[in-house]
Design a protein around this ligand. Sequence first.
Ligand code: E4P
Length: 219
Amino acid sequence: MKFFIDTANIDQIKEAAELGILDGVTTNPSLMAKEGITGTDNIYAHYKAICAIVDGDVSAEVISTEFKGMIEEGRLLADLAPNVVVKVPMTKDGVKAINWLTSHDIRTNCTLVFSAGQAILAAKAGATYLSPFIGRVDDINWDGMALIRDIAEIYTIQGYDTAILAASIRTSRQIVECAKAGADVVTCPLPAILGLLKHPLTDIGLAQFLADHKKAEGK
Ligand code: E4P
């Protein structure tokens, strides 16, 4: 399972990259706005800066909601760097745009996915990645992890190539559950990734090892 970081914050992307386990980055217009990045030129420059930090795929989202605008934007975004993946929302025009971009060798990430039916349509359109938002599903008291399991089962039975990129992850526990449920990729905030490091027995065990070493050395 690949690890992407879900942020447009350069410092956090660098911190995750330095860990040596980072496979890519996802952004969205809200995450760009959170970093105070506004205006097309600045937004595109920011995507280029992110793409220079990571070797893996970087999802850059279109703002247009109509087919023509989506494909024009998609071409511009794809030209920014070879590792850009164009993020397109799960709408009627979005599905058409994914199909068009795929047929023109531009990779896509179908975003805002909340059902298995949407996942089937995105795969049929040729999406490179599919982003089911599990946290937002849980927020409305449905089962986000069950959605990942359903999609994984369908994609296996049908032999679809689209990678399941579990998104809207809030906790470290969800990352572990996604690995069991068959996600190909998880995209997470940095604290959820760092939370995987934590176990009290690791801290206790390390303190004991160091104390024993010190005692044996007569210090
Ligand atoms: C990723 O591609 C999504 O943009 C992101 O995971 C959404 O997460 P949120 O539901 O925490 O905003």
